[in-house]
Design a protein around this ligand. Structure first.
Ligand SMILES: Nc1ncnc2c1ncn2[C@@H]1O[C@H](COP(=O)(O)OP(=O)(O)O)[C@@H](O)[C@H]1O
Ligand SMILES: O=c1ccn([C@@H]2O[C@H](COP(=O)(O)OP(=O)(O)O)[C@@H](O)[C@H]2O)c(=O)[nH]1
Ligand SMILES: [Mg+2]
Length: 208
């Protein structure tokens, strides 16, 4: 089992979709399972909907039950779990119930401005994809999910995927005071998803 973690809009779902096209994994998105549970008319539907609208983390028992059921129904034994665990309690409940630990954890580390831009352009009709909820989701990510990321890092399981280019540009000499040298500036531009997948693909090919 592999986990896919990162802030809201960091590309977790996009990269998991790429993984299942190239490797024999089943993609389980915790957010998609929760949205399907709302649509199914479940007794917990209204509660889940309210929590998602506020960017809050749904009680672990519900999410873990949905994940375990989806794993059982998949008929597969290779999973990439997307957007879960989101807090320490999620992680512990899942480990106790499913009794599996990740082989490795993908982490898409993306700056907040880029996350905001991507979510505002996502156009999937999600009611949590609005500026106000994005702020709340980002806060929950920093406060509750980043500690999980650090936990996996301390266990040597974290694989950071670079979602930005680190490139150098050279300014022409007339725009800098010193004519003898050109100024080298570091710029960070977002990588297209195909390029991000090259790194993900490499990790899957070498680690699984
Ligand atoms: N590398 C990328 N560059 C630009 N846009 C991207 C990239 N990866 C994903 N996106 C777009 O950003 C939005 C959020 O991606 P998504 O995979 O849904 O993220 P997450 O599941 O982490 O919230 C989607 O509209 C997706 O098409
Ligand atoms: O394990 C999970 C996964 C998702 N969510 C809720 O579902 C929302 C959307 O999650 P998803 O992973 O679909 O969002 P993404 O990060 O992909 O934008 C989150 O903000 C949470 O409110 C949750 O409570 N537990
Ligand atoms: Mg997603």
């Amino acid at each position: 089992m592999v986990l896919s973690l990162g802030g809201p809009g960091s590309g977790k779902g996009t990269q998991c979709a790429n993984v299942v096209q190239h490797f024999s994994y089943t993609h389980l998105s915790a957010g998609d399972l929760l949205r399907a549970e709302i649509r199914s008319g479940s007794e917990f539907g209204a509660m889940i909907q309210g929590m998602i609208a506020e960017g809050r983390i749904v009680p672990s028992e519900i999410t873990v039950k949905l994940l375990c059921k989806a794993m059982e129904e998949s008929g597969n034994d290779r999973f990439i779990i997307d957007g879960f665990p989101r807090n320490e309690e999620n992680r512990i409940v899942f480990e106790n119930v499913a009794k599996i630990e990740p082989a490795f954890v993908l982490f898409f580390d993306c700056p907040e401005e880029e996350l905001e831009k991507r979510i505002m352009n996502r156009n999937q009709g999600r009611e949590d994809d609005n500026l106000e909820t994005i702020k709340k989701r980002f806060k929950v990510f920093v406060e509750s999910t980043l500690p999980i990321v650090s936990y996996y890092e301390s266990k040597g399981k974290l694989r950071k995927v670079r979602v930005q280019f680190s490139s150098m540009i050279i300014l022409p000499s007339h725009v800098v005071p010193d004519p003898l040298v050109c100024c080298l500036l570091k710029i960070n531009a977002a990588k297209p998803s195909e390029e991000v997948f090259e790194e993900v693909k490499y990790l899957f090919a070498s680690e699984t």
